[in-house]
Each structure stands twice: as structure tokens, then as C-alpha cells.
Design a protein around this ligand. Structure first.
Ligand SMILES: NC(=O)C1=CN([C@@H]2O[C@H](COP(=O)(O)OP(=O)(O)OC[C@H]3O[C@@H](n4cnc5c(N)ncnc54)[C@H](OP(=O)(O)O)[C@@H]3O)[C@@H](O)[C@H]2O)C=CC1
Ligand SMILES: O=C(CO)COP(=O)(O)O
Ligand SMILES: [Zn+2]
Length: 359
């Protein structure tokens, strides 16, 4: 035994650590908005609340929650119109003297509440009014930047309160978008495995297994989900929370975001406001599954079953825009290696987009 082999042994000492932050209370079900004051008391959140909601969601649930909280707390309300850094700064100013925040609405409102509470070191409650994205319970926040959307570290909500009555009453398209965001976990995982094989990126088997199982359960229940009942809202919301937990276990959005998300982020830059996040990711997942050599028709048919779009026309964008987004995807978060970072040519991108219209 020489000194060299002893050195090798020392280098193998286990020195890994990870801080996984998860929500403490998760309440999903019929008429659960009324539980919010009890949640605040249970978690000892304080007596001054800042309630953040969007233009529509303030009326849909925000005002009701403000009235409920108002019985025991001082409540300030703030309507946001997006999640730009300027918007976040304005909400942060409004929340300076609050003890805790309540984010009521879609993904952009919840991400705003997530970042503001993180920056101000306060807790926040996530109250999704639609099942349209899997950021409801995650510890990540996605915000726009000139280089494309960036994923920031934040902390997860201390509590999630998801009222299935409100979620079931939301437009159908929002629920289908949430399912598409989850179905895109299939390709996100394939991209992660690719990055592991080609670049040695570490994997989290638990995060991958949870993310994949979430997608499998969603597809298996497509018939129930497409009925668009309160039971559908219940199923999808549980899947969205699980997918968010997978991200928290991984400490990044890797288990739920690969090339299909880079395509979606590129679309947000090239054609902002045309389609929903999950819808864009679903279309991206058909394409990246094809590039991985997997069963892309099965992804497409699963999306069709739940009523999500499967072509650029279905997203309200032109085929050329879809091609541009595929070619621009590698410039978004270049450190996140995916199948779209392997050198897709314009000619092939055009052919793949044409293929999407095949019956
Ligand atoms: N942090 C994370 O881990 C993740 C973050 N995301 C991010 O989330 C965002 C996407 O979220 P998404 O919810 O799709 O988009 P938005 O937050 O833009 O919401 C879409 C629209 O739905 C409206 N809406 C919400 N609930 C209802 C309802 N019950 N009835 C009628 N309208 C309603 C909103 O109203 P209003 O005008 O009031 O806001 C808004 O106009 C993206 O920014 C994406 O990057 C996505 C996945 C994961
Ligand atoms: O949308 C997400 C997961 O569904 C979050 O992923 P990003 O890190 O790509 O924003
Ligand atoms: Zn997503």
C-alpha cells in the first residue's frame, strides 16, 4: 500500500449535503378558503398581512380572503399585473411592514409572492386559483429577464391552500395547461439523464421518480381530468404540488424543466403573451420526445385527451415562430444542457414543426 492509494481513499469521503425546504401545511379541497385564518393562527404568522393578487384573481378569491383575514389581522392588498423585477420591487415596498404574505392567483402572482417573501424574510401562503402550473408549492421562482426567464432560488410557501371549487370554476384551458406542464416532466427527466450521461450532471433519483410518477398518474387519469369537475381539480392540484416537491428535493427545477421549458421560455421572449406556460411546455415536450427517439405520438395524444394544444396554430403562434423558438432555446440558460442544445438545424426544426400537424 503506497501513499497514493491512501490519498484516493481520502478523496472519496462523503461530503454531500442538501437543504430541502417543503411547505408545512397543504390543504386541498372543497371550500377550504375558509381555513386560511386557522392556518395563520396554527403557524403563528403574525397580525399584519399583505395579500397579493392579480387583476382577475383579486375579485375571484382575493377580496374574500382579505375579508376573512380582516376579522383577526390588519390586511393590505396589492394588485399585480405581471412578475417583472419592477413589479416585484413595488410589491416588496408595499410589504415592508407586513408579518406575512398571501399570494392569490396564477403562477406569476405566486412567484411574485415567493420572491417578495424571500427577500423580506417573511413566510407566505400560496393560494392558487387555477391548476395551471407546478410552481404552486415549489421553492423556485421564475422571472423574466432580458436574457429570457430565469429560475431563482426562493423558499417554498409555508402553506398551500387550494380551493377545488374555485379551481374547477376557472377556464378549462388553465387546467389543461397545468396537466401539460406535468406531462412535460417526462421529457424534462430524459433531458436530465442526457445531461448526466454527456456532462456528468448529478441526478436525484427520488426527485426523478416523484416527477415521473406525477406525470404517469396525470396521464392515467386523463378521462376523469378532462371532465373538468371538482374531482379533476383535486387530482391535478395534487399532481402540481407533488411536482413542486420534486423540484424542492432536487434543489432545482431540473425534474420538471428541460428542453421543452427552454422552448417555452424562448417563446415568452419571441411571442410574449400568446399562450400559457404549460401549453407551450406541452408542445415543447412533443418535439423533444421526438428528438429523444421516444413515443412522441403518445405525448401528443395524452395532451389531446386533456384538451391541451399540440400544434403551433393551437398555441396561436405561426410555425415560423415555433421554429425560431426551437433555434433560440439553447441561448436560454445555456448551463442547462438538453436535447435542444445538441445542434438542431433550421431545416430539421422546420420538418419537425410540419410533422406536428400529422394526424
Ligand atoms: N416557480 C415555479 O416553480 C414555476 C413557475 N411557473 C411560472 O408560472 C407562470 C405561469 O403561470 P400561469 O398561472 O399559467 O399564468 P399567469 O399567472 O399569467 O395566469 C394566467 C391567467 O389566468 C388568470 N387566472 C388565474 N386564476 C383564474 C381563475 N380562477 N379564473 C379566471 N382566470 C384566472 C390570471 O388572472 P390575473 O390577471 O388575475 O393574474 C391570468 O390572467 C409563468 O411565469 C411560469 O414561468 C410555472 C411553473 C413552475
Ligand atoms: O416551469 C417550471 C417547472 O414546470 C419551472 O421551470 P423553469 O426553471 O424552467 O422556470
Ligand atoms: Zn413549467
Amino acid at each position: 500500500m503506497g501513499g497514493a492509494s491512501i490519498k484516493v481513499l481520502r478523496e472519496k469521503v462523503f461530503d454531500k449535503s442538501r437543504w430541502m425546504q417543503l411547505p408545512r401545511d397543504v390543504i386541498i379541497g372543497h371550500n377550504v378558503l375558509g381555513e386560511i385564518p386557522s392556518v395563520c393562527r396554527d403557524l403563528n404568522l403574525g397580525s399584519r398581512a399583505l395579500l397579493i393578487a392579480g387583476e382577475h384573481t383579486m375579485g375571484i378569491a382575493g377580496e374574500r380572503i382579505a375579508a376573512l383575514l380582516g376579522e383577526t389581522c390588519e390586511v393590505e392588498t396589492c394588485v399585480t399585473h405581471g412578475n417583472s423585477l419592477e413589479e416585484i420591487a413595488a410589491v416588496e415596498k408595499a410589504g415592508a411592514s407586513a408579518d406575512f404574505m398571501v399570494g392569490v392567483g396564477g403562477g406569476r402572482v405566486i412567484d411574485t409572492a415567493k420572491i417578495v417573501s424571500y427577500n423580506l424574510d417573511r413566510q407566505f401562503i400560496s393560494v392558487p386559483t387555477a391548476a395551471a402550473h407546478d410552481g404552486v408549492a415549489s421553492s423556485r421562482a421564475t422571472v423574466p429577464s432580458p436574457e429570457g426567464n430565469v429560475s431563482l432560488s426562493a423558499h417554498p410557501p409555508i402553506a398551500v391552500v387550494a380551493d377545488t371549487g374555485i379551481i374547477a370554476a376557472a377556464p378549462r384551458r388553465l387546467l389543461a395547461s397545468g396537466c401539460a406542464d406535468i406531462i412535460s416532466n417526462y421529457t424534462a427527466i430524459q433531458d436530465w439523464e442526457l445531461a448526466h450521461r454527456l456532462r456528468g450532471e448529478p441526478l436525484s433519483e427520488y426527485a426523478m421518480a416523484l416527477s415521473k410518477m406525477t406525470a404517469e398518474i396525470t396521464v392515467k387519469n386523463a378521462a376523469v381530468i378532462s371532465a373538468h369537475t371538482e374531482e379533476s381539480a383535486w387530482m391535478v392540484m395534487k399532481a402540481l404540488v407533488s411536482s413542486g416537491v420534486a423540484m424542492s428535493i432536487a434543489g432545482s427545477s431540473r425534474p420538471a424543466s428541460g428542453g421543452e421549458h427552454k422552448f417555452s421560455h424562448a417563446l415568452d421572449r419571441i411571442a410574449p403573451g400568446q399562450a400559457l406556460h404549460g401549453e407551450q411546455c406541452g408542445l415543447g415536450a412533443i418535439i423533444t420526445m421526438y428528438l429523444h427517439g421516444g413515443d412522441w405520438r403518445w405525448i401528443r395524444d395524452s395532451l389531446k385527451k386533456i384538451g391541451a394544444p399540440t400544434t403551433p396554430a393551437g398555441l396561436g403562434i405561426s410555425d415560423e415562430t415555433a421554429v425560431e423558438a426551437l433555434l433560440a432555446a439553447p441561448s436560454i440558460r445555456p448551463e442547462r444542457f438538453t436535447i435542444l442544445d445538441m445542434g438542431l438545424s433550421r431545416e430539421r426544426a422546420e420538418a419537425i414543426v410540419r410533422m406536428l400537424y400529422e394526424e
